[in-house]
Structure formats: structure tokens, C-alpha cells
Design a protein around this ligand. Structure first.
Ligand code: NAD
Ligand code: TYD
Length: 349
């Protein structure tokens, strides 16, 4: 495959995937299709935007005719599909946007791939990026494996589950070459500060309250975003058609324990008395339908494709916190909304 369409490449995970592919594979053409919603930020890709093997297209995956044109103009032979509405709390407020982008948008891409590749599927691949949240919630013990039955609880996870089913149905019905991976929670640079880790780092810095849902006892399994990008690279190139791979680092944290690590590290780096920001912790009403625990068993990916995370959590979280503390421009632009001007400045002159 040479001409790779990456959707959602201006978002958090997508930007790390685009950077990895543009730098590592100079003989590929990487086409980044992104609608630049509130979560899309081209400043994430400043360092590679002028590379000759990179093209950015501002567009909506739901616009089927425009998507078909992209397939035809760029002779797309591989798709890595990350574009999505991704925040659970937003899905509780506005589920329609999630059904539209995550379900209808995925269907629009699948149909375009099927029509453009016209049953000549040799050396083609539609790779769909999904989440462990489709599997629902665990109690104290056990892990999600690739065989765990789907049991989504939030409108976000329901829309992702639905998109996964559509992707599999295109394989089973039309023979479309697909792969799906389901990953645990990601952390790292360039994440929009509505998700737990960047929101709390920012609030600790600014001495703002830290809204902990419920008692802070929910458990999440955290993976460094560059390790997710490296897993995507391995699965895209070596994964078996029709298969699902779970991606995770066996790295579970109770929210409150993770929050205390964030506080301790930020306080130390800012020269504050260690732990002094714990007074910012504010327990608030629990999230509706809050899944108790996610934990991924990624041994299939390790045993079959040899992938393992490169970083231990302690190293990854310190690197991440330092990035948010040092990259003040990015944080300032995102929190003020100025990052939205970047597209006009760079692409519309
Ligand atoms: P994000 O919200 O940071 O980025 C999503 C990107 O998609 C943005 O750039 C946005 O502009 C773009 N987009 C949204 N709607 C679009 C549309 N209609 N057309 C074109 N582009 C559109 O999300 P993320 O955290 O980077 O997640 C990327 C993917 O990975 C999603 O599919 C998500 O479900 C999945 N995932 C995320 C995590 C996580 O922890 N963040 C974990 C597992 C899987
Ligand atoms: P989040 O980053 O939204 O990811 P997800 O819900 O997809 O796992 O939230 C991670 C955990 O942190 C989750 O259990 C909800 C909790 N949380 C808070 O306690 N307060 C917050 O302000 C946010 C955004 C999340």
C-alpha cells in the first residue's frame, strides 16, 4: 500500500499516527482527512506539515460524495480510521453527534472503500481504530479479551460498538479486508484538556478545582499514546485480515491514585510543597452510567505480532506532565480557542 488515508489525523491519537507514518515511511503518501471539530488541532502537526509525502484535507467523513472523490483522486489503497467523537461526557449531553460521526461516518468510509476497490481487494486494507469501552465494565477481576461480548453503556461506547459491527459486517458480507483494534485509555502530549489527565494537569497548574467523579474509585488502564501509534503501525503492516487485536499495557490505576500522582509530580516540578495541591480535589456527582473498571488483555498482540509498550507508566506520565508544563503555547491556544485560527493562517491564504 502506498496511498494511505488517515481520518481524524488532527486529533490526539491521530496526530501521533500521522507523524509516525510520515516520518517512517517516506515512500507512502499520507492523506489526513479531518473536519477540525473542537478536538482537531493542526498545531499538533506543525513539525511535519510541509513534508512532501503529507497532504491535509479539511472535510467531514459523513460527506459521502466528498469521501468518494478523495478515494479516487488519491488512489487510496489503505485506510486508518480514527475520526470520531471521543468524549464520554459529551456523548451523554449530545448523543446525536456520536451516532452521526461514529456510525454514519464509518459507514460512509466503508462504502467508499468498497465501491472504489470494487471487489479487487488485493493489497488493500480498511483498519478501524476502536476502544475497549465497547466491552462494557469489569468488576474487580478479569480482563477484556478479543472474545469478550460487547456490552457498551455510554452513547460514546454504543456508537463505537455499532461502528465496529458495521466494519465486521463489510468483511463478512462483501469480503472487504478489514482489521479492528480496541485500545485502552491513552495519555500523552496533545490531548484536548477535557479528558482526565490533561484537564487535571492544567487545573493543578492554575489552582483550579479537580472534579473527581463519585469517590474516584473507578479503574482505567492507561497506555502512552506513542505506544498506541506503534501498535497501529505493527497491526497495519502485520495484522491478519478479519482479525481483532486488543491494545493495552497492563497498567491499571484507580482514578484517585492516578490523580495523586499528577498532583505530586506537578507540585514538585512547579517547586510547590509536595502534595499541597491535594486541597484542590473536589468530589462531584458521579458520571451517569459510569463504567467501573476497564482492563485490557493484549497478549494476542504480543504473542502473534510481537508488540509491547516501550514505556513504563512512571516514565510516560512524567514525560507527559513535563510536556504540558513546557509547551505553554499549545496549552494557551487550546484553552483560549486560538488554535482554531491556525487552519486559516496556514491553509486558506
Ligand atoms: P480526538 O477527539 O482527540 O480526535 C478526533 C479527531 O477526529 C479530531 O481531529 C476531529 O476533528 C476529527 N473528527 C471528528 N469528527 C469528524 C468528522 N465527522 N469527519 C472528519 N474528522 C472528524 O480523539 P482521540 O482521542 O484521538 O481518538 C481517536 C480514535 O481513537 C477515536 O476513534 C477513538 O474512539 C479511539 N480511541 C481513543 C482512545 C483514547 O483514550 N483517547 C482510546 C481508544 C480508542
Ligand atoms: P476520561 O478521560 O473522560 O476517559 P474515559 O471516560 O473514556 O475512560 O475519564 C477517565 C476517568 O476519569 C473516568 O473514570 C472518569 C473520570 N473523570 C473524573 O473523575 N473527572 C473528570 O473531570 C473527568 C474528565 C474524568
Amino acid at each position: 500500500m502506498k496511498n494511505i488515508l488517515i481520518t481524524g489525523g488532527a486529533g490526539f491519537i491521530g496526530s501521533h499516527v500521522v507523524r509516525l507514518f510520515v516520518n517512517k515511511y517516506p515512500n507512502y503518501n499520507i492523506i489526513n482527512l479531518d473536519a477540525l471539530t473542537y478536538a482537531g488541532n493542526l498545531e499538533n502537526l506543525k513539525d511535519i506539515e510541509n513534508k512532501s509525502n503529507y497532504t491535509f484535507i479539511k472535510g467531514d467523513i459523513c460527506e459521502h460524495d466528498a469521501v468518494k472523490e478523495i478515494f479516487s483522486k488519491y488512489k487510496i489503497d489503505g485506510v486508518i480510521h480514527l475520526a470520531a467523537e471521543s468524549h464520554v461526557d459529551r456523548s451523554i449531553k449530545n448523543p446525536f453527534a456520536f451516532a452521526q460521526t461514529n456510525i454514519m461516518g464509518t459507514l460512509s468510509l466503508l462504502q467508499a472503500a468498497k465501491e472504489f476497490w470494487k471487489d479487487n481487494y488485493k493489497d488493500k486494507l480498511f483498519y478501524h481504530i476502536s476502544t475497549d469501552e465497547v466491552y462494557g465494565s469489569l468488576t474487580e477481576n478479569g480482563f477484556f479479551t478479543e472474545d469478550t461480548a460487547y456490552d457498551p453503556h455510554s452513547p460514546y461506547s454504543a456508537s463505537k460498538a455499532s461502528s465496529d459491527h458495521f466494519v465486521r459486517s463489510f468483511h463478512d458480507t462483501y469480503g472487504l479486508p478489514i482489521i479492528i483494534s480496541n485500545c485502552s485509555n491513552n495519555y500523552g502530549a496533545n490531548q484536548f484538556p477535557e479528558k482526565l489527565i490533561p484537564l487535571f494537569i492544567n487545573n493543578i497548574c492554575k489552582n483550579k478545582p479537580l472534579p473527581v467523579y463519585g469517590k474516584g474509585e473507578n479503574v482505567r488502564d492507561w497506555l502512552y499514546v506513542e505506544d498506541h501509534a506503534s501498535a497501529i503501525d505493527v497491526i497495519f503492516h502485520q495484522g491478519k485480515i478479519g482479525e481483532t487485536y486488543n491494545v493495552g499495557g497492563f497498567n491499571e490505576w484507580k482514578n484517585i491514585d492516578l490523580i495523586k500522582i499528577l498532583i505530586k509530580t506537578v507540585d514538585t516540578l512547579l517547586g510547590r510543597e509536595e502534595g499541597s495541591s491535594e486541597s484542590l480535589i473536589t468530589f462531584v456527582n458521579d458520571r451517569a452510567g459510569h463504567d467501573y473498571r476497564y482492563a485490557i488483555d493484549s497478549s494476542k498482540l504480543k504473542n502473534e505480532l510481537g508488540w509491547e509498550p516501550s514505556l513504563q507508566f512512571e516514565e510516560g506520565i512524567e514525560k507527559t506532565i513535563k510536556w504540558y508544563l513546557e509547551d505553554k503555547e499549545w496549552v494557551k491556544h487550546v484553552t483560549s480557542g486560538d488554535y482554531k485560527k491556525y487552519y486559516d493562517e496556514m491553509y486558506t491564504k
